[in-house]
Ligand binder design. Structure first.
Ligand code: KG4
Ligand code: ZN
Length: 411
């Protein structure tokens, strides 16, 4: 990895789905990236009441939280200086002109600029897609305002690139905080991206150069976890809840003296396992769960819930592992990085690691720190630094930024 003669500070913004994240990261001349400040507000409790994320609600929650979070992260980074003079009418016009659809932001931003001076930061990195467009716009318009008033350039970031880099760094924790260092990995990397909105296998030739070799044709794996959770009466987000039941089931089976647990009968399909490509399909597994529950002809018992959760997790993880290993073989990668909310799944972590060790012992499998697997702004800042390190970082005139809900990692 290159070394940098000058320190560089980035303010990163993430609002693509149901987490509002603000981070401040500083790359030192030695290359390590210090987390100066981090603030994250989860909307999980809000969306749990409705069993899923509604874009208009997510947007409102981002708009309520983003300015206080910027203040909190800058304050933690000791970058907030009080402002003696009030903001001019030009700045107020800028804010109003940009936030035409986020009126909640106008007064908050005005007060913020009245209270604080321009901080010492070099770039603003913001997620521009993929994700929920109304939610993305909150982060983008905030970035536009900050960039215009402070005259700081903006780096547009693809959310999925953020998920790729989380497993490519090591995290060091010291008394003074956390820092990250990009591992020296041989390219191409194979990235298995598994989140609530995406399931993709991506070949990373260098940071900034991606080839998508496969993706889901219907539901994303996290989405399937969430839907199965709902069928089992579990709260949103369903991934951790389903996984917990599945683990309990496996423990029970291991401890049981019976030869075969009668509840291991729930066998679910492995769609597209032998399709010969790297695409996935998870809606069939989800439907099979629905039929399994229907065919019981009684209210699912607690024991049956455990068994169904395990059968579902088994099916999903088997397909992910088989396709990932085949892709690693075909594309001769020495490293597999896993990213996205489902990368926090302990069964996937154990099983993929064991399968790769057995089949491709020279290949390393890397997972993110569990707290970096789900959405946050650190990953957005790290993606920007990855681009700096690979020489492919670009800035964009803030006023031309747009949200793109379907932005592909290959764009
Ligand atoms: O990456 P992420 O935070 O948001 C998106 O970009 O979509 O991923 C959220 C998804 C949710 O569907 C959630 O249920 C799933 O990741 N998830 C998990 C686990 N933790 C989060 N799925 C399975 N097992 C987990 N431990
Ligand atoms: Zn995500």
């Amino acid at each position: 990895m290159k070394c940098y003669s000058r320190e560089m500070k980035i303010l990163a913004i993430e609002t693509s789905c149901d987490e509002t994240g603000i981070s401040l990261l500083e790359q030192s001349s030695g290359g390590d990236i210090v987390l100066l400040g981090n603030a994250l507000a989860s909307q999980i409790a809000l969306h749990a009441q409705y069993g899923g994320v509604f874009p208009a609600m997510a947007k409102r929650a981002h708009a309520e939280k983003i300015v206080p979070l910027i203040e909190a992260a800058l304050s933690e980074a000791k970058l907030l200086q009080p402002e003696a003079s009030t903001v001019g009418s030009d700045a107020i016009e800028t804010i109003k002109g940009i936030c035409t659809h986020e009126e909640e932001l106008v007064t908050q931003l005005e007060t913020f600029f009245n209270n604080y001076q321009k901080p010492d930061i070099d770039y603003i990195a913001v997620t521009v897609g993929p994700g929920l467009e109304p939610a993305l716009w909150v982060g983008i318009n905030t970035a536009k305002v900050l960039s215009t008033i402070w005259n700081i350039p903006v780096i547009p970031v693809n959310h999925m690139e953020g998920h790729v880099v989380t497993a490519a760094v090591t995290e060091q924790s010291t008394e003074t905080g956390k820092s990250y260092l990009f591992r020296d990995l041989p390219f191409p990397l194979l990235a298995l991206l598994v989140s609530g909105g995406h399931t993709e296998l991506v070949l990373t030739k260098s940071y900034g150069e991606y080839q998508k070799i496969g993706q889901t044709r219907d539901d994303a794996v996290g989405e399937a976890f969430d839907k199965v959770a709902r069928m089992l009466g579990l709260p949103y987000p369903g991934g951790p809840a389903v996984s917990k039941l599945a683990k309990e089931f496996r423990l029970k089976v291991a401890e049981s003296s019976d030869e075969a647990n009668p509840l291991s009968q729930f066998l679910l399909p492995r769609p597209m396992l032998h399709s010969g490509d790297y695409d996935f399909s998870f809606s069939g597994i989800k439907t099979a769960v629905l039929y399994t529950i229907r065919d019981l002809q009684h209210e699912v018992t607690e024991d049956e819930k455990l068994a169904i959760a395990a059968a579902f997790e088994d099916a999903v993880v088997e397909v992910l592992i088989k396709k990932t290993i085949r892709a690693a073989e075909e594309f001769h990668t020495q490293t597999i990085v896993v990213g996205g909310g489902v990368a926090g799944n302990s069964f996937l972590r154990e099983q993929l690691t064991a399968a790769v060790q057995k089949k491709l012992p020279s290949v390393a499998v890397l997972f993110p720190e569990p707290w970096l697997a789900t959405d946050n702004a650190i990953m957005i800042g790290l993606a920007a630094f990855a681009r700096v390190q690979s020489g492919s970082m670009h800035t964009q005139d803030a006023l031309t930024l747009r949200a793109n809900g379907n932005l592909s990692i290959t764009e």
